[in-house]
Design a protein around this ligand. Structure first.
Ligand SMILES: [Zn+2]
Ligand SMILES: [Zn+2]
Length: 255
């Protein structure tokens, strides 16, 4: 059985499922996906994410404000801590730094990231970390704010082995998405081969980043199976073993 450790169910176009979330979840179950973590991106979408987690036992959710979200949808530390204490909320995020999407003076982004780490420490919940073109600042802020204490995951990992190693040293997990299946992702597959088995997670980041052989289509949690198959191949282990290990890792991190 597999777990999709990072998806955005509320953003998926349900047209291929006759507009019915139940059908999407049935397709996931049929592919062996027993659980999904539906990730919050801001305070505007959090109520929808939470509603899905309250409605479906196989869905958990997080609370957080994406590094690129509008200031109007941001949350203060107290709000994050309070919402993180709700029964279906298992993590703080996604948070982090994105110097690709945003440019210029990004002190506001770093302040938002620091606030999320403080909230995670106060709430005793792990972090879901998004990082793009910001490796040095991401690692420095995680270190400075004591993220080692909360634990967390570097989601949708696309960086090199050196950053993975430093993240692992901070106690973090590393999660791979459909990007690892792309034809030109040989260097990333080499990183995936080296991550210790007890720190590995799989995700779709659906509706984005559909894996091969569905690249370019609208992604959904059933397809996390293709990510797992790719990793199993790269690491030379049976799919069943890879699935059992990443599922155990999910429970170790998110409870
Ligand atoms: Zn992300
Ligand atoms: Zn995401």
């Amino acid at each position: 059985m597999l777990i999709d450790s990072h998806c955005h169910l509320d953003r998926i176009d349900l047209t291929p499922f006759a507009g019915d979330m139940d059908r999407l979840l049935a397709a996931a179950a049929e592919a062996g996906v027993e659980h999904m973590l539906c990730v919050s991106i801001d305070m505007e979408n959090f109520p929808r994410v939470r509603a899905l987690a309250e409605r479906y036992p196989q869905v958990s959710c997080s609370v957080g404000v994406h590094p690129s979200a509008d200031a109007a949808a941001d949350a203060d530390e107290e709000t994050l801590v309070r919402l993180a204490g709700e029964p279906r909320v298992v993590a703080i995020g996604e948070t982090g730094l994105d110097y690709h999407y945003n440019q210029g003076d990004l002190e506001w982004q770093r302040e938002r990231f620091r606030r999320h780490i403080r909230a995670a420490r106060a709430a005793g919940k792990p972090l879901i970390i998004h990082t793009r073109d910001a490796r040095a600042d991401t690692l420095a802020i995680l270190e400075e704010e004591g993220a080692r204490e909360t634990g967390g995951v570097l989601h949708c990992y696309t960086e090199d082995w050196d950053m993975a190693r430093r993240g692992l040293d901070l106690g973090l997990y590393v999660s791979f998405s459909g990007i690892v299946t792309f034809r030109n992702a040989e260097a990333l597959r080499e990183v995936a081969r080296r991550v210790p088995e007890d720190r590995l997670l799989v995700e779709t980041d659906a509706p984005y980043l559909a894996p091969v052989p569905h690249r370019g289509k609208g992604n959904h949690p059933a397809w996390v199976r293709h990510v797992a198959e790719c990793l199993a191949g790269v690491r030379g282990v049976p799919l069943e073993a890879l699935a059992a290990q990443t599922t155990a890792n999910y429970h170790a991190l998110f409870g």
